[in-house]
Design a protein around this ligand. Structure first.
Ligand SMILES: N[C@@H](CCC(=O)NCCCC(=O)O)C(=O)O
Length: 252
């Protein structure tokens, strides 16, 4: 069987005085090496994107993390430039891709910014600069040079018993994850179920209630250690299995 395709929406990045459509290689590597699927990078278009034209051709969607933030106007909040950096083209593509993938029952994994987009796409809001709130931890990317240190596994989260994530990981309770975010779910969208939380109350994983298939979001970064961290590997293996099942269903 030919490898099933998944869609990964790109960011707009500025490099060498030009705009690029870009996805970090850690997401591509986890999809190829652990999920056993082939990513197709989807351009970030503020106008003119036809997400169904993409979804007609893939059997999964991976929404990656990014240092940019979902524009607060998309969840009805006031904003200043300090809430950036922004990526409106990524917002426009990701939010619609998420909604239509869920409608069509196409397996979806949303990571970090992706979880935040999932929440906004389904009607939720985001909390910003969460580390500045009383009693909250600092979940931000550590101020270090090495990417392995940035993505170091360093924080406990608690997987809810009986959750989808518990089923995929084969365990509930405490696992250790990495953490590189300054925003989080504020008001949870009605169609999302909390699957994991941090001890400071941060929502760390969600699933889509009544989803037709695999549809989860995680605030941490399982892609970075997907080849050698057991919970990370199991999540990406479960995503790959869901993608292959969808591909087989489409062909039968
Ligand atoms: N911008 C959002 C989401 C954070 C996120 O996706 N982090 C991954 C990228 C980390 C990096 O390269 O800085 C937030 O800050 O909450």
């Amino acid at each position: 069987m030919t490898l099933p395709l998944i869609a990964i929406p790109a960011d707009i990045r500025h490099l060498d005085k030009a705009d690029w459509h870009a996805v970090q290689t850690q997401y591509v590597n986890a999809a190829v090496r652990v999920s056993g699927v082939l990513p197709v990078l989807v351009p970030a278009l503020e106008r003119g994107m036809d997400v169904d034209a993409v979804l007609d051709r893939v059997d999964g969607v991976l929404i990656s993390g990014s240092a940019s933030n979902v524009h607060p106007s998309l969840y009805g909040d006031e904003w200043t430039e300090a809430d950036g950096p922004f990526d409106p083209a990524r917002d426009a593509t990701s939010l619609e891709l998420i909604r239509r993938a869920i409608d069509r029952g196409i397996p979806l994994i949303a990571i970090c910014r992706g979880l935040q987009e999932l929440n906004v796409a389904l009607g939720g809001t985001l909390a910003r600069e969460i580390q500045d709130q009383p009693g909250m931890w600092d979940h931000r990317r550590p101020p270090v040079e090495s990417r392995d240190e940035m993505y170091a596994i360093r924080q406990p989260v608690f997987i809810a018993e009986g959750s989808c994530i518990a089923r995929y990981l084969g365990q509930s309770g405490e696992i250790q994850v990495n953490s590189l975010h300054r925003q989080a779910i504020g008001t949870k969208a009605p169609r999302l179920q909390v699957e994991a939380s941090a001890a400071d109350g941060t929502v760390e994983a969600v699933s889509v209630i009544d989803a037709k298939g695999f549809a989860v979001g995680v605030q941490w970064h399982p892609e970075y250690w997907a080849e050698n961290d057991a919970p990370s590997r199991k999540l990406f293996e479960a995503f790959g299995d869901a993608v292959r099942a969808h591909a087989n269903g489409r062909r039968s």
